[in-house]
Design a protein around this ligand. Sequence first.
Ligand SMILES: NC(=O)c1ccc[n+]([C@@H]2O[C@H](COP(=O)([O-])OP(=O)(O)OC[C@H]3O[C@@H](n4cnc5c(N)ncnc54)[C@H](OP(=O)(O)O)[C@@H]3O)[C@@H](O)[C@H]2O)c1
Length: 291
Amino acid sequence: MVHEKKDLTGKVMVVTGGNSGIGFEAARDFARRGARIVLICRSEARGKAALAKIEAETANDQGLLYVADFSSLASVSAVADKLLADFLKIDVLCNNAGAANGKRTETPEGFETTLVTNHLSGFLLTKKLMPALERAAESGLARIVFTSSYGHTNSALDFDDLGLQNGYKTLVAYGRSKLMNLLTARELQRRVGASNIVTSAFHPGAVRTPIWSKGGFVGRTLGLVLYPFMVSIKKGADTFIWLASSEDAASVGANGNYFYERRQPRVAKHATDADAERLWNVSEELVAPYL
Ligand SMILES: NC(=O)c1ccc[n+]([C@@H]2O[C@H](COP(=O)([O-])OP(=O)(O)OC[C@H]3O[C@@H](n4cnc5c(N)ncnc54)[C@H](OP(=O)(O)O)[C@@H]3O)[C@@H](O)[C@H]2O)c1
């Protein structure tokens, strides 16, 4: 808890899905400590409301809103271009936007919605923002945090059916996308090596956020069952904030690793290095037209 008070003045910290839940909680904490927060939200109205609330509560008026829908790689690519034009350096990227979907749908770009919203968009955004993150790393530590989930244990990846055409289940689609977040953090760290760029993934716990009510019948039912056992948004965001901003996150081994309550729990056996590398290569091919 000691490092929670570290001053973040001068840091540019991007949070996707920063208008709600743990993303909002993290962004508010960063703003309170002086960072310039950059929210990427799909709804301009919800994003503006979040920024106004953060400004009112923290007296930090440097926050900025960018609008992008993570179910569209074209939209994410465009927002990445805007960020690259506006910021020479980005210190922290929090790939946090995510959703569970009750039914299988395909986006106009031809991707299964959960795959693109929870994984491919964050992957593309990260790839495109790397020059700005690398610039930040020249004079300090840059961090890339992926909001994963214990749900990564639900199921191994099926590279022959990443879009779940052969039978769709909400928890399988969601769980695999969260496994992709974990594997992406690991593979990205392997690729950048022992540099000043530190990547990590985490599980926030079962948290009382609006995500459950947006997840169709399965999400709503699970949300009702788990509700009494869920933790507060503040508690759910603790590891997130710690990985994104504490001085010791790197020294405790946040190098591509997966955390829960600031510790490294065992990851699913199916979260293999081989799948991490394969997923990276497949994802690169899928997002290539939008780079
Ligand atoms: N709550 C939990 O128990 C739990 C557990 C494990 C992992 N997680 C993960 O935590 C992350 C944050 O979720 P949360 O629990 O804080 O729920 P939340 O309050 O619903 O926040 C999710 C954020 O993602 C945004 N988002 C969803 N779809 C999007 C899209 N197509 N384009 C752009 N933004 C989109 C949401 O925007 P809107 O407000 O416009 O919907 C919202 O800002 C997610 O990645 C989730 O998978 C949550």
